[in-house]
Design a protein around this ligand. Sequence first.
Ligand SMILES: NC(=O)c1ccc[n+]([C@@H]2O[C@H](COP(=O)([O-])OP(=O)(O)OC[C@H]3O[C@@H](n4cnc5c(N)ncnc54)[C@H](OP(=O)(O)O)[C@@H]3O)[C@@H](O)[C@H]2O)c1
Length: 256
Amino acid sequence: MTEAVFGSPAGQVLVVGASGGIGLAFVRGLLALPGVERLYAACRQPEQAIELQAMSQQDQRLQLLTIDLTDDTSIAQAVAEIQSTTDRLHCVINCVGVLHDETVQPEKSLRQIDGDRMLHYFQVNSIGAVLLAKQVQPLLKHNQLSVLATISAKVGSIGDNALGGWYGYRASKAALNMLMKTTAIEYQRTCPKAIVAVFHPGTTATALSAPFQRNVPPEKLFTPEKTVDYLLDVMGQLKPTDSGEFFSWNGDRLPW
Ligand SMILES: NC(=O)c1ccc[n+]([C@@H]2O[C@H](COP(=O)([O-])OP(=O)(O)OC[C@H]3O[C@@H](n4cnc5c(N)ncnc54)[C@H](OP(=O)(O)O)[C@@H]3O)[C@@H](O)[C@H]2O)c1
Protein backbone atom coordinates (compact mmCIF):
# COMPACT_ATOMS: atom_id res chain seq x y z
CA MET A 1 0.00 0.00 0.00
CA THR A 2 1.34 3.47 -0.84
CA GLU A 3 2.15 5.60 2.19
CA ALA A 4 -0.34 8.50 2.37
CA VAL A 5 0.06 11.83 4.12
CA PHE A 6 -3.51 11.93 5.44
CA GLY A 7 -3.89 8.19 6.08
CA SER A 8 -3.91 6.71 9.56
CA PRO A 9 -1.74 6.79 11.61
CA ALA A 10 -0.19 9.71 9.71
CA GLY A 11 -2.72 12.28 10.78
CA GLN A 12 -1.40 15.16 12.86
CA VAL A 13 -1.89 18.41 10.98
CA LEU A 14 -1.16 22.12 11.56
CA VAL A 15 -3.00 24.79 9.55
CA VAL A 16 -1.64 28.34 9.89
CA GLY A 17 -3.84 31.23 8.74
CA ALA A 18 -6.81 29.08 9.77
CA SER A 19 -9.08 32.13 10.16
CA GLY A 20 -8.87 33.08 6.45
CA GLY A 21 -11.12 31.96 3.61
CA ILE A 22 -8.88 29.14 2.35
CA GLY A 23 -7.46 28.32 5.81
CA LEU A 24 -10.89 27.82 7.35
CA ALA A 25 -11.97 25.62 4.43
CA PHE A 26 -8.82 23.53 5.00
CA VAL A 27 -9.80 23.06 8.65
CA ARG A 28 -13.31 21.92 7.61
CA GLY A 29 -12.00 19.69 4.82
CA LEU A 30 -9.35 18.07 7.01
CA LEU A 31 -11.78 17.38 9.87
CA ALA A 32 -13.90 15.46 7.36
CA LEU A 33 -10.97 13.08 6.71
CA PRO A 34 -11.00 10.07 9.04
CA GLY A 35 -7.17 9.81 8.82
CA VAL A 36 -6.80 13.18 10.58
CA GLU A 37 -6.31 12.38 14.26
CA ARG A 38 -5.42 15.83 15.55
CA LEU A 39 -5.71 19.24 13.91
CA TYR A 40 -3.94 22.32 15.25
CA ALA A 41 -5.46 25.47 13.75
CA ALA A 42 -3.45 28.66 14.24
CA CYS A 43 -4.33 32.27 13.59
CA ARG A 44 -3.51 35.66 15.06
CA GLN A 45 -6.61 35.97 17.25
CA PRO A 46 -8.22 32.57 17.83
CA GLU A 47 -10.45 34.03 20.55
CA GLN A 48 -12.14 36.15 17.84
CA ALA A 49 -12.36 33.39 15.23
CA ILE A 50 -16.02 32.47 15.75
CA GLU A 51 -16.22 29.56 13.26
CA LEU A 52 -13.01 27.99 14.60
CA GLN A 53 -14.26 28.37 18.16
CA ALA A 54 -17.55 26.66 17.27
CA MET A 55 -15.77 23.82 15.44
CA SER A 56 -13.39 23.24 18.36
CA GLN A 57 -16.41 22.91 20.71
CA GLN A 58 -17.82 20.20 18.46
CA ASP A 59 -14.69 18.26 17.53
CA GLN A 60 -12.19 17.18 20.17
CA ARG A 61 -9.51 16.71 17.48
CA LEU A 62 -9.32 20.47 16.88
CA GLN A 63 -6.99 22.61 19.02
CA LEU A 64 -6.68 26.36 18.44
CA LEU A 65 -3.32 28.12 18.73
CA THR A 66 -2.07 31.68 18.34
CA ILE A 67 0.46 32.39 15.58
CA ASP A 68 1.40 35.73 14.07
CA LEU A 69 3.80 34.82 11.28
CA THR A 70 5.58 38.17 11.61
CA ASP A 71 6.50 37.21 15.20
CA ASP A 72 9.05 34.38 15.50
CA THR A 73 8.36 34.06 19.26
CA SER A 74 4.66 33.44 18.69
CA ILE A 75 5.55 30.62 16.25
CA ALA A 76 8.02 29.12 18.75
CA GLN A 77 5.39 29.23 21.52
CA ALA A 78 2.80 27.49 19.37
CA VAL A 79 5.32 24.81 18.36
CA ALA A 80 6.17 24.29 22.05
CA GLU A 81 2.44 23.80 22.76
CA ILE A 82 2.25 21.19 19.99
CA GLN A 83 5.38 19.48 21.34
CA SER A 84 3.73 19.17 24.74
CA THR A 85 1.27 16.71 23.15
CA THR A 86 3.19 15.12 20.24
CA ASP A 87 6.69 14.83 18.80
CA ARG A 88 5.54 14.87 15.17
CA LEU A 89 3.36 16.46 12.53
CA HIS A 90 2.43 14.87 9.20
CA CYS A 91 1.18 17.93 7.44
CA VAL A 92 1.69 21.67 7.89
CA ILE A 93 -0.36 23.98 5.66
CA ASN A 94 0.47 27.67 5.62
CA CYS A 95 -2.47 29.70 4.29
CA VAL A 96 -1.24 33.11 5.47
CA GLY A 97 -1.07 35.89 2.95
CA VAL A 98 -1.83 39.55 2.39
CA LEU A 99 -2.77 41.35 -0.83
CA HIS A 100 -4.54 44.34 0.70
CA ASP A 101 -5.07 45.46 4.28
CA GLU A 102 -4.84 48.63 6.35
CA THR A 103 -1.13 48.94 5.38
CA VAL A 104 -0.98 47.85 1.71
CA GLN A 105 -2.93 48.03 -1.53
CA PRO A 106 -1.57 46.32 -4.67
CA GLU A 107 0.46 48.82 -6.71
CA LYS A 108 -0.71 49.48 -10.28
CA SER A 109 2.40 51.44 -11.30
CA LEU A 110 5.90 52.37 -10.16
CA ARG A 111 4.54 55.73 -8.90
CA GLN A 112 2.76 53.85 -6.11
CA ILE A 113 5.86 52.03 -4.83
CA ASP A 114 6.62 52.69 -1.16
CA GLY A 115 9.49 50.90 0.59
CA ASP A 116 7.84 50.44 3.99
CA ARG A 117 4.66 49.08 2.45
CA MET A 118 6.64 46.67 0.29
CA LEU A 119 8.39 45.45 3.42
CA HIS A 120 4.98 44.55 4.88
CA TYR A 121 4.29 42.26 1.90
CA PHE A 122 7.64 40.52 2.41
CA GLN A 123 7.18 40.19 6.18
CA VAL A 124 3.80 38.49 5.91
CA ASN A 125 4.02 36.66 2.56
CA SER A 126 7.67 35.57 2.43
CA ILE A 127 9.61 35.80 5.70
CA GLY A 128 6.79 34.40 7.83
CA ALA A 129 6.79 31.18 5.81
CA VAL A 130 10.48 30.53 6.34
CA LEU A 131 10.23 31.32 10.07
CA LEU A 132 7.51 28.69 10.19
CA ALA A 133 9.71 26.22 8.23
CA LYS A 134 12.48 26.80 10.80
CA GLN A 135 10.23 26.30 13.82
CA VAL A 136 8.32 23.22 12.63
CA GLN A 137 11.44 21.40 11.39
CA PRO A 138 11.87 19.31 14.61
CA LEU A 139 8.26 18.12 14.27
CA LEU A 140 8.89 16.88 10.72
CA LYS A 141 12.04 14.90 11.56
CA HIS A 142 10.51 11.43 11.68
CA ASN A 143 10.30 8.38 9.48
CA GLN A 144 6.73 8.84 8.21
CA LEU A 145 5.77 10.76 5.07
CA SER A 146 4.89 14.41 5.72
CA VAL A 147 4.18 17.63 3.82
CA LEU A 148 5.05 21.27 4.44
CA ALA A 149 2.60 22.98 2.09
CA THR A 150 2.61 26.72 1.50
CA ILE A 151 -0.11 28.55 -0.38
CA SER A 152 1.66 30.85 -2.80
CA ALA A 153 0.16 32.39 -5.97
CA LYS A 154 0.68 32.04 -9.70
CA VAL A 155 1.32 35.78 -9.90
CA GLY A 156 4.55 35.01 -7.99
CA SER A 157 5.83 33.08 -11.02
CA ILE A 158 8.47 35.19 -12.75
CA GLY A 159 8.22 33.02 -15.89
CA ASP A 160 4.44 33.50 -16.05
CA ASN A 161 4.37 37.28 -15.47
CA ALA A 162 2.75 38.73 -18.58
CA LEU A 163 0.52 41.39 -17.01
CA GLY A 164 2.77 43.33 -14.59
CA GLY A 165 1.44 45.36 -11.65
CA TRP A 166 1.04 44.20 -8.03
CA TYR A 167 4.79 44.69 -7.49
CA GLY A 168 4.92 43.94 -3.78
CA TYR A 169 2.54 40.97 -3.80
CA ARG A 170 4.16 39.38 -6.87
CA ALA A 171 7.71 39.90 -5.59
CA SER A 172 6.89 38.66 -2.08
CA LYS A 173 5.33 35.48 -3.54
CA ALA A 174 8.39 35.00 -5.81
CA ALA A 175 10.58 35.37 -2.69
CA LEU A 176 8.31 32.92 -0.85
CA ASN A 177 8.80 30.40 -3.67
CA MET A 178 12.59 30.76 -3.47
CA LEU A 179 12.56 30.43 0.33
CA MET A 180 10.50 27.23 0.14
CA LYS A 181 12.64 25.79 -2.67
CA THR A 182 15.70 26.44 -0.50
CA THR A 183 13.93 24.92 2.51
CA ALA A 184 13.16 21.83 0.41
CA ILE A 185 16.87 21.36 -0.27
CA GLU A 186 17.81 21.64 3.43
CA TYR A 187 14.89 19.40 4.49
CA GLN A 188 16.12 16.72 2.06
CA ARG A 189 19.15 16.40 4.32
CA THR A 190 17.51 16.98 7.72
CA CYS A 191 14.03 15.44 7.29
CA PRO A 192 14.06 13.44 4.03
CA LYS A 193 10.48 12.14 4.44
CA ALA A 194 9.09 15.70 4.49
CA ILE A 195 7.87 17.02 1.14
CA VAL A 196 8.12 20.81 0.83
CA ALA A 197 5.88 22.24 -1.88
CA VAL A 198 4.16 25.51 -2.84
CA PHE A 199 0.69 25.75 -4.35
CA HIS A 200 -1.39 28.11 -6.46
CA PRO A 201 -4.98 27.76 -5.19
CA GLY A 202 -6.72 29.24 -8.22
CA THR A 203 -8.81 32.39 -7.85
CA THR A 204 -10.90 31.73 -4.78
CA ALA A 205 -13.81 33.74 -3.40
CA THR A 206 -12.32 35.08 -0.15
CA ALA A 207 -11.76 38.50 1.43
CA LEU A 208 -8.35 38.63 -0.27
CA SER A 209 -9.76 38.37 -3.81
CA ALA A 210 -13.08 40.20 -3.12
CA PRO A 211 -12.09 43.56 -4.68
CA PHE A 212 -10.77 41.84 -7.83
CA GLN A 213 -13.49 39.30 -8.61
CA ARG A 214 -15.55 41.42 -11.03
CA ASN A 215 -13.76 40.31 -14.22
CA VAL A 216 -13.30 36.68 -13.19
CA PRO A 217 -15.63 34.33 -15.12
CA PRO A 218 -17.83 32.40 -12.62
CA GLU A 219 -16.33 29.03 -13.63
CA LYS A 220 -12.86 30.36 -12.76
CA LEU A 221 -13.83 31.67 -9.32
CA PHE A 222 -13.70 28.74 -6.90
CA THR A 223 -15.44 28.53 -3.55
CA PRO A 224 -12.89 27.96 -0.75
CA GLU A 225 -14.33 24.43 -0.35
CA LYS A 226 -13.71 23.62 -4.02
CA THR A 227 -10.15 24.98 -3.84
CA VAL A 228 -9.44 22.88 -0.76
CA ASP A 229 -10.87 19.74 -2.40
CA TYR A 230 -8.49 20.27 -5.32
CA LEU A 231 -5.49 21.04 -3.14
CA LEU A 232 -6.04 18.13 -0.73
CA ASP A 233 -6.25 15.84 -3.72
CA VAL A 234 -2.91 17.12 -5.08
CA MET A 235 -1.27 17.08 -1.62
CA GLY A 236 -2.51 13.56 -0.92
CA GLN A 237 -0.73 12.27 -4.02
CA LEU A 238 2.65 13.91 -3.39
CA LYS A 239 5.80 11.79 -3.39
CA PRO A 240 9.20 12.67 -1.90
CA THR A 241 10.46 13.38 -5.46
CA ASP A 242 7.88 16.21 -5.66
CA SER A 243 9.66 18.18 -2.94
CA GLY A 244 10.78 21.66 -4.01
CA GLU A 245 8.07 22.00 -6.69
CA PHE A 246 5.38 24.61 -7.41
CA PHE A 247 1.95 23.10 -8.13
CA SER A 248 -1.30 24.53 -9.41
CA TRP A 249 -4.69 23.50 -7.94
CA ASN A 250 -5.08 20.92 -10.73
CA GLY A 251 -1.72 19.28 -10.07
CA ASP A 252 0.12 20.97 -12.98
CA ARG A 253 3.67 22.07 -12.23
CA LEU A 254 4.06 25.84 -12.57
CA PRO A 255 7.17 27.64 -13.84
CA TRP A 256 9.20 29.53 -11.26
N1 LIG B 1 -8.08 34.00 -2.75
C1 LIG B 1 -7.40 33.90 -3.90
O1 LIG B 1 -7.94 34.08 -4.99
C2 LIG B 1 -5.93 33.57 -3.85
C3 LIG B 1 -5.27 33.44 -5.08
C4 LIG B 1 -3.91 33.12 -5.06
C5 LIG B 1 -3.27 32.93 -3.86
N2 LIG B 1 -3.95 33.08 -2.68
C6 LIG B 1 -3.21 32.87 -1.43
O2 LIG B 1 -3.93 31.98 -0.61
C7 LIG B 1 -3.61 32.23 0.77
C8 LIG B 1 -4.89 32.35 1.59
O3 LIG B 1 -5.59 33.51 1.13
P1 LIG B 1 -7.16 33.72 1.33
O4 LIG B 1 -7.71 33.94 0.00
O5 LIG B 1 -7.71 32.67 2.20
O6 LIG B 1 -7.13 35.13 2.07
P2 LIG B 1 -7.82 35.65 3.42
O7 LIG B 1 -9.19 35.11 3.55
O8 LIG B 1 -7.61 37.11 3.42
O9 LIG B 1 -6.91 34.96 4.55
C9 LIG B 1 -5.61 35.43 4.79
C10 LIG B 1 -5.12 34.82 6.07
O10 LIG B 1 -3.80 35.33 6.35
C11 LIG B 1 -3.79 35.66 7.73
N3 LIG B 1 -2.76 36.64 8.06
C12 LIG B 1 -2.54 37.84 7.53
N4 LIG B 1 -1.47 38.41 8.11
C13 LIG B 1 -1.00 37.49 9.05
C14 LIG B 1 0.07 37.44 9.96
N5 LIG B 1 0.92 38.45 10.10
N6 LIG B 1 0.24 36.31 10.74
C15 LIG B 1 -0.62 35.28 10.65
N7 LIG B 1 -1.67 35.29 9.79
C16 LIG B 1 -1.84 36.39 9.01
C17 LIG B 1 -5.16 36.17 8.03
O11 LIG B 1 -5.37 36.10 9.43
P3 LIG B 1 -6.25 37.13 10.24
O12 LIG B 1 -7.61 36.51 10.28
O13 LIG B 1 -5.57 37.19 11.57
O14 LIG B 1 -6.21 38.45 9.50
C18 LIG B 1 -5.99 35.15 7.27
O15 LIG B 1 -6.12 33.97 8.05
C19 LIG B 1 -2.74 33.48 0.77
O16 LIG B 1 -1.39 33.12 0.82
C20 LIG B 1 -3.03 34.11 -0.58
O17 LIG B 1 -1.97 34.91 -1.03
C21 LIG B 1 -5.27 33.38 -2.65
